[in-house]
Design a protein around this ligand. Structure first.
Ligand code: GDP
Length: 138
């Protein structure tokens, strides 16, 4: 049965003009785009989204960066979508990401790492609901 995951093309990737190339990689890997929108989010919205990282030393910097410019929010669907997107993304730190992964190809630092993907079913459900209304997911 197809599974849904949530993804963000982060401000660094959008700013550098990588949106099309990253969407092409996602498409080539067999994902369907269920919903997609480009928007700039507020610091408060970023803080809510990354609430699990509230106690981390990089929380302020991370939420500042995520609200620094337009990003692309998406719901993606395929068999095994959550794990397969994580694999396509590569390691959090692009220096450790495998060749061919999105972060290896398009990211520059552990923070400005081009793409977000949900890490589990519960987080995918939370994140999809955080950014998209039910009527946007038909
Ligand atoms: P992910 O699931 O691979 O995105 O990684 P995490 O859930 O661990 O971290 C969430 C996001 O926080 C990452 O994608 C990075 O943008 C950022 N991040 C993670 N670790 C660090 C760090 O050590 N320093 C900074 N500045 N940002 C980090």
């Amino acid at each position: 049965m197809p599974q849904r995951t949530f993804s963000i093309l982060k401000p660094d990737a959008v700013r550098k003009g990588y949106t099309g190339a990253i969407l092409a990689a996602i498409d080539a890997a067999g994902f369907q785009i269920v919903a997609i929108k480009k928007q700039t989010i507020s610091k408060a919205e970023a803080e809510g989204f990354y609430a699990v990282h509230k106690s981390k030393p990089f929380f302020g910097e991370l939420t500042e960066y995520m609200s620094s410019g337009p990003l692309v929010l998406m719901v993606l669907e395929k068999e095994n979508a959550i794990a397969d997107l994580r694999k396509l993304m590569g390691a959090t730190n692009p220096a450790n990401a495998e060749a061919g992964t999105i972060r290896k190809r398009f990211a520059e630092s552990i923070q400005e790492n081009a793409i977000h993907g949900s890490d589990a079913e519960e987080t995918a459900a939370y994140e999809i609901g955080y950014w998209f209304a039910g009527y946007e997911l038909i």
